[in-house]
Design a protein around this ligand. Structure first.
Ligand SMILES: [Fe+2]
Length: 448
């Protein structure tokens, strides 16, 4: 009898302890996202989410050390919380914390939680205050089938270049700003998002459709991303910003509501002022809509007429874009205005699996269709080295831009491209967008 009673008590205690453990796991921080939230040498922000009842937002931060005694040496930083999905009080709690006054060029470890339940420790390095070589990753739209097929792009790129300073996203990170899309996005990026900071700009799919009217913005974005506080106004906070990273000015432009007269003037005015005041040797501008369309049936003439003169006036070095689900790279030299002192290099790319067909305008020098890609860009003094890889890790495109005093950047295309065949097949679903004349033109350019 004693034995039976003991067994029952033991079983009860064991079940209680398992339940406690599950409860602890259930409310652990998830979806941890690291961003550059100001001066990249001194500022980082982290967001995460928990169940709604959790209203304690804490981080622990310590200079990186090999000993596992991180918690003993860490300082606590108070964060804040708000509903992760705006307007959904029963779903998830979003948390955010800002790290300020960090030391430049320094490794840190951090974790986030509520004081009882914590994330794992993540590690990151701040930027230098000086101009120094560094590299970054650039992704076109991830957008659809993110878990199934977008994940491999993010993971392959990170595995290939784990020392890149950050991941730049040119919009349409998700197909719609809804829970299940972001859940897939976080599944795909996993702990990488807590380790390598993201630098995103919103695309049309981060907005909700609204006919011809101004589109409402994502219910999640501002809870996920904290970017430098230098947007043209509070509405565009976290969507438009610039970062000066070790001698390069990065400018994020959210042009989705550009057709709105008031927003359009505000966006172009801000872009011009940010380019005019650039103290850096290099300048990279990134936005979602391509200046020159890359996919068949698209031609954003009014957008081009508005943005291109500004990019040319200030001699922007590199323009990174998405939206067209194909790959194009080139100066489009025949369209560059005569008084442009430094023609910008335009790139359109795609990271996820949604594929379109190439535009028969053929403005670019290197193209791809039906191919998931990622880009690695290294800036070292006067040389910018740009490489595009397909998702299998094979080099697809490569060139260098070299700064020259008083002259436009010298362009050097990688010689190995002669041996890398362009992938130009038209996806079945895109064929209906070509007229018979278009198809004839297409096959003249790409006979196979
Ligand atoms: Fe798009």
């Amino acid at each position: 009898m004693k034995k039976i009673l003991f067994s029952i008590l033991f079983l009860g205690a064991w079940q209680w302890s398992v339940a406690q453990e599950n409860a602890a796991t259930d409310n652990a921080p998830e979806c941890v996202m690291l961003t550059i939230s100001g001066n990249p040498a001194t500022h980082r922000a982290v967001s995460w989410r928990t169940e709604v009842g959790d209203t304690v937002s804490l981080a622990e931060l310590v200079q990186l050390r090999p000993s596992p005694d991180l918690a003993e040496h860490a300082k606590r930083v108070q964060g804040n919380h708000a509903l992760w999905e705006d307007g959904a009080p029963d779903y998830k709690m979003g948390h955010k914390v800002n790290f300020t006054e960090l030391l430049p060029d320094t490794w840190y470890a951090y974790r986030v939680g509520n004081g009882e339940q914590w994330s794992e420790w993540f590690q990151f390095k701040t930027a230098s205050n000086e101009t120094k070589p560094f590299s970054f990753l650039y992704f076109g739209d991830i957008q659809n089938d993110i878990k199934s097929l977008g994940a491999r792009t993010l993971r392959q790129a990170y595995s290939h270049f784990p020392d890149a300073a950050f991941m730049l996203f040119a919009g349409d990170l998700v197909g719609r700003s809804e829970r299940h899309y972001w859940d897939e996005f976080f599944y795909a990026g996993g702990w990488i998002f807590g380790t390598m900071p993201s630098m995103p700009v919103a695309g049309n799919h981060e907005y909700y459709p609204n006919g011809d009217e101004k589109r409402p913005f994502s219910k999640h974005w501002n809870q996920i991303y904290t970017m430098p506080d230098n947007a043209p106004n509070e509405i565009y906070r976290n969507r438009m910003y610039y970062v000066d990273y070790q001698g390069v000015r990065f400018v994020a432009v959210d042009a989705v509501n550009m057709k709105d007269e008031e927003d359009g003037e505000m966006i172009t005015g801000w872009l011009e002022s940010v380019l005019r005041s650039n103290p850096c040797k290099w300048c990279v501008v990134f936005f979602h809509y391509p200046v020159y369309s890359c996919s068949q049936g698209r031609n954003s003439e009014s957008y081009r007429n508005t943005v291109k003169p500004i990019l040319e006036k200030y001699g922007v070095d590199l323009v990174l874009q998405g939206h067209d689900h194909t790959y194009c790279r080139g100066f489009a030299m025949e369209h560059v205005s005569k008084d442009c002192k430094n023609p910008p290099m335009y790139v359109v790319s795609v990271g996820g699996p949604k594929m379109y067909g190439l535009n028969v305008d053929f403005w670019s020098d290197r193209m791809a269709s039906d191919t998931q890609l990622y880009q690695h860009v290294l800036i070292d003094g006067d040389v910018l080295s740009f490489q595009t890889f397909d998702v299998t890790g094979k080099l697809y495109d490569a060139f260098k831009l070299v700064k020259r005093p008083g002259q436009p950047n010298l362009f050097i295309e990688d010689e190995s491209l002669r041996f890398i065949k362009m992938r130009t097949s038209i996806p079945e679903s895109a064929k209906k967008k070509y007229t018979p004349e278009d198809l004839e033109r297409y096959y003249q350019r790409f006979p196979e």
